[in-house]
Ligand binder design. Structure first.
Ligand code: FNR
Length: 386
């Protein structure tokens, strides 16, 4: 296992993950859709924003705390739903839950997790949200919602940008469908990348290999096999019409994840959004979607305080968190940043990723001359071009 304490930044954790994981798994995390234009654009937008610091002000201990949907978070960073973390490390989602709780953060569990949602909930003393796909049809989704309610998840995150699964070409080049399938002969050409990572392979075999999806229990069929996810997503996609029955069985707050325009943000509000995540799914869905940071100001203006605004996509450093807050977000979600940590070193790796954000935030708020994340506003930055 890599010595994650040596990672100075998220790019170091990414490199450690690349060395530990088979290529198919690393690329599943790292890659985006088609030409990966949006994946790069997310980063480019952050790089375009420059600061307008207030020099040499005596800011000793900047306050990082924020309140999101009635949860007090130690800093404005939330762990995004990332599917099948158990492939990266046997502890997967449980490691993320534990590291988030230890740092006073909120963690969102994906529908397509490798561990049951009840085990995830039990692994965290902090708040947790459940992200919903309608995989396996309405009955399977209704059963998952019911279980999430009983387990004490406090909000439902409805992902609205996966009408069909995006085309992640790296997965096809790496033989991911073959590796997930049952035909040994089909797998053979893709095996060298797996055998080249013995440490990961031993962990994976000890963990019992590929697990079915414990939160997608299809009536009469049981838990869905992982290999069926992309075809099944296509068959049971979310549309706005689904909100009427979801509302009936989920009385709590709903977070919509995937708005990229003021119009869609207003549609989220019409459907009772308590929070909206400005997201392009980390560049994994519709390629050439805009960078989230570029559309954030437009969405924040349209929502105008009627729901909380969160943002994800390309957040790799504390300065990115600060920029997103300056331009209208209450907090950000990180996806790959902690998934790299998990792939590099399990729970310790996730904890290291979180710690990197914390120290980055403290240092950079002091350099900016800003005493609290809650004081950040547009006057601290020059925005990216639209
Ligand atoms: C995701 N994301 C995601 N989103 C979601 O709603 N349900 C899911 O199951 C997944 N699965 C998933 C797997 C992997 C490997 C990645 C990288 C991402 C999207 C995720 O929640 C978030 O929107 C992005 O990860 C944000 O971009 P960054 O931080 O990864 O650049």
């Amino acid at each position: 296992m890599a010595n994650v304490a040596r990672a100075v930044n998220i790019a170091d954790l990414r490199e450690m993950a690349r060395r530990r994981l088979p290529r198919a798994i690393f690329d599943y995390v790292d890659g985006g859709a088609e030409d990966e234009t949006t994946l790069r654009e997310n980063r480019r937008a952050f790089e375009e924003v420059t600061f307008r610091p207030r020099q040499s002000l005596p800011v000793q201990n900047p306050d990082l705390r924020v309140r999101v949907l009635d949860h007090d978070l130690a800093m404005p960073v939330i762990l995004a739903p990332v599917g099948y973390l158990r492939m990266m490390h046997p502890e997967g989602e449980l490691a993320a839950a534990r590291a988030a709780a230890a740092a006073g953060l909120l963690c969102v569990l994906s529908t397509v997790s490798g561990h049951p949602l009840e085990a995830f909930r039990a692994a965290t003393t902090g708040p947790a949200w459940f992200q919903l796909y309608l995989l396996g049809g309405r009955d399977a989704a209704a059963a998952a919602i019911e279980r999430a309610r009983n387990a004490g998840f406090s909000a439902l995150v409805v992902t609205i940008d996966v009408y069909v699964a995006g085309m992640r070409e790296r997965d096809l080049h790496n033989g991911t469908p073959q590796l997930l399938g049952n035909n040994l002969l089909d797998k053979l050409p893709y095996m060298p990348q797996v055998l080249a990572r013995p440490e990961w392979l031993i962990d994976f075999l000890r963990d019992g290999g590929i697990h079915r999806l414990p939160n997608v229990v299809v009536p009469g069929e049981g838990p869905m096999p992982l290999r069926d996810v992309s075809t099944e997503l296509f068959r049971s996609s979310f549309t706005w019409d689904d909100m009427s029955w979801i509302r009936e069985i989920w009385p709590g707050p709903i977070v919509f994840k995937g708005a990229l325009s003021a119009d869609d943000a207003r549609r989220c509000l019409d459907h009772g959004a308590a929070a909206i995540v400005v997201s392009n799914h980390g560049g994994r869905q519709l390629d050439s979607s805009p960078a989230t940071l570029r559309v954030l100001p437009e969405i924040a203006a349209a929502v105008n305080g009627r729901a909380e605004i969160l943002l994800d996509g390309g957040v790799r450093r504390g300065v990115d968190v600060i920029k997103a807050i300056c331009l209208g977000a209450k907090a950000v979600l990180i996806g790959r940043a902690y998934a790299y940590g998990l792939g590099a070193g399990g729970e310790n790796g996730v904890a290291r990723a979180v710690q990197i954000f914390r120290t980055d935030l403290v240092r950079n708020l002091r350099l900016l001359g800003c005493p609290s994340v809650r004081d950040l506003d547009a006057s601290y930055v020059t925005p990216p071009r639209r």
